[in-house]
Write a protein that binds this ligand. Structure first.
Ligand code: ARG
Length: 595
């Protein structure tokens, strides 16, 4: 072996050791959220991540779209089944349904070209130095080591049929003396990490002369490791060193090592949703965190907006294959977008709820009131179409003819000119609602379409978004409750009042067994000065995300007294009921993403 090789190897070895020691200070115990791990989240869990553009989120899982559900725009791609598809999305959705047919190349299929990956100089079939044959070339070429990481190694192993990806990005065979100098011409490859074939990654030729180290890999085989201390078990069954969890790198291959994090180490960014993403995804122009926090504050100093995330071709490089990651992003821009939770114009908020302030019409365009006979008995939340969300304890199917839905109401003593009244067509009460425990205190009201209306829209109203993931907001976040409910002293209220409350975690300490964490959400203030009260039921607890999009996070449900600090307000946790709601109103009405 040439001396240069030895030096390079040593350098690399030392630098990775250095990286190691600088990050291993944080005990892993603190980074991983053990309770979350029991949910077994992967790259297909749409509670934690966005689905691919060729997938849709059904029952909290990314499932394959049918090819016709893809956007029509795009470039032709060729699949290993020899067929051309009009778009990358269509090919990927077809592949998603039939995994044998993988991506081959951008453009139409040509008679000759095939792509292949092979491993050389390994002691077994599952390891070696990586060699590829690109579609339009007839010679096999090695991959250079400098851009090689677990991200590409996982894709290479998956391509070779190792379902669990790679064990390691290098092996002892690296020092093989069989590699002659002229074999060391190599290609760089860049993947995002969720590709199913190395052919989907971008290959470039480094225009450098001199020695290049070659990439090698050890693919993961079932008996590669047995569970011992210090190992993290991925959802796909693979074991990785625990110190590699929560570092932004998808070591598992199914991303399960990055989805339940309380902190991130190394070059990675922690989404509010508890997901670690590579640092280079921060401010890259694509939203990666479901909480969108990777794309805020990007104009501020220190964050240069780099465009292509995956890969910015440098000057001295020759691109050999198309950048399918850029194409994936482009497809995303063609996906339909649902509009909800965005107010007409941002009004300066002026003034209850207990201890609240009076509202202005445009501030609560999703707020509605339910009138039973001559009284406003409950609130409700407009979520789009003809649909209003409220509490189950607010309505009875038998009283359907008595209810009126008051829209755009501010003061019911002196109704404003915008006020519109609609009657109720249908009431759907959650089948597991319990009037004794208040579990599943949620109901849907469908208002009657006006005779001259083709589609249902509520005048002066804007729907609040329905949260599809329980990770969109966290304890400590400030949200807003609104309604026509009573004051603390049981004083009557005529005008719509609102107040800011904080989401409260582990509320069982206040309510013991009466509180059901998955279905309920507590919110309040330290001193209890702001709270919902009698008459606010069924109304909204809304939270606004970093992009100013408003979600109905809770439905006013119950509470011991009103405005007592030791008894915060309890709300129905709407995110838990996303599937229930969407099954009744239709997925397209409330799905913001992954439709
Ligand atoms: N159940 C009440 C109603 O029908 C709502 C009570 C909310 N109470 C509270 N302290 N947050 O209006």
């Amino acid at each position: 072996m040439k001396l240069v090789h030895v030096i390079l190897l040593l350098l690399c070895f030392y630098s990775s050791v250095c990286k190691f020691t600088s990050t291993s200070d944080t005990p892993q115990e603190d980074l991983l959220d053990r309770k979350c791990l029991t949910e077994k989240y992967t790259h297909l869990s749409c509670n934690k991540v966005f689905c691919q553009p060729w997938q849709k989120c059904v029952d909290r899982t990314c499932t394959c779209k049918l090819p016709y559900q893809c956007p029509k725009n795009g470039t032709t791609v060729c699949s290993t089944n020899g067929k051309s598809y009009p778009t990358y999305c269509q090919q990927k959705s077809f592949e998603c349904l039939r995994p044998q047919a993988k991506f081959l190349n951008n453009g139409t299929c040509t008679a000759e070209g095939q792509f292949s990956v092979s491993l050389k100089y390994g002691k077994t079939d599952s390891e070696g130095i990586v060699e590829v044959k690109l579609v339009d070339q007839d010679k096999k070429v090695f991959i250079c080591k400098n851009t090689w990481s677990m991200t590409q190694a996982n894709v290479a192993c998956l391509d070779l049929g190792f379902q669990q990806g790679a064990l390691d990005t290098e092996g002892s065979f690296l020092t093989s003396e069989d590699i002659t100098t002229n074999d060391t011409e190599c290609l760089n490859v860049h993947c995002r990490g969720l590709e199913t074939s190395l052919a989907e990654c971008t290959f470039t030729k480094a225009m450098t002369n001199g020695y290049q180290e070659l990439a090698s890999v050890v693919c993961y085989t079932q008996n590669a490791d047995s569970p011992t201390n210090g190992l993290f078990q991925c959802v796909n069954g693979k074991y990785i060193p625990e110190k590699r969890a929560c570092n932004g790198i998808n070591d598992c291959g199914d991303q399960s090592d990055e989805l339940c994090c309380k902190g991130c180490q190394g070059e990675s960014f922690l989404c509010k949703s508890g997901v670690c993403i590579p640092q280079q995804y921060k401010c890259n122009g694509e939203v990666d965190c479901i909480t969108k926090d990777d794309e805020i504050g990007c104009e501020a100093a220190g964050h240069l907006r780099t465009q292509a995330i995956a890969f910015v071709p440098q000057e001295k490089m020759e691109i050999l294959t198309a950048d399918m990651d850029a194409e994936r992003k482009r497809i995303k821009s063609f996906l339909p977008k649902l509009s909800c939770g965005v107010k007409d114009n941002t009004h300066v908020r002026r003034k209850r709820v207990v201890g609240g302030k009076s509202a202005h019409l445009k501030e609560f365009p999703w707020q509605i009131a339910i009138k039973d006979d001559d009284k406003i008995t409950c609130g409700g939340i407009y979520i789009g179409g003809c649909w209003i969300l409220t509490a189950a304890h607010c309505v009875r199917v038998s009283k359907i003819h008595r209810y009126q839905i008051w829209i755009a109401l501010l003061n019911w003593f002196k109704p404003n000119s915008e006020l519109k009244i609609q009657s109720v067509n249908r009431i759907i009460i959650h089948e597991n609602y319990s009037g004794t425990t208040y579990q599943n205190d949620i109901a849907l009201i469908e208002v009657k379409k006006r005779p001259n209306q083709r589609e249902c829209v509520l005048p002066h109203s804007i729907p609040a978004c329905v949260p599809w993931s329980p990770y969109l907001f966290q304890p400590g976040d400030t949200c807003i409750v609104s309604g026509w409910g009573r004051e603390k002293d049981n004083e009557k209220v005529y005008s719509l009042k609102w107040g800011e409350v904080k989401l409260i975690g582990n509320c069982s300490k206040f309510y013991g067994k009466r509180y059901y964490e998955k279905e309920m959400q507590c919110a309040g203030t330290k001193d209890g000065s702001i709270d919902a009260c009698k008459g606010d039921s069924g109304g909204p607890l809304v939270c606004t995300d970093v992009n100013n999009v408003t979600y109905v996070w809770g439905i006013v449900s119950w509470g011991e007294n009103c405005g007592k600090p030791e008894f915060p307000g309890v709300y129905t946790r709407v995110a838990t009921y996303f599937d229930w709601i969407s099954n009744h109103v239709g997925r397209s009405l409330i799905s913001q993403y992954n439709v």
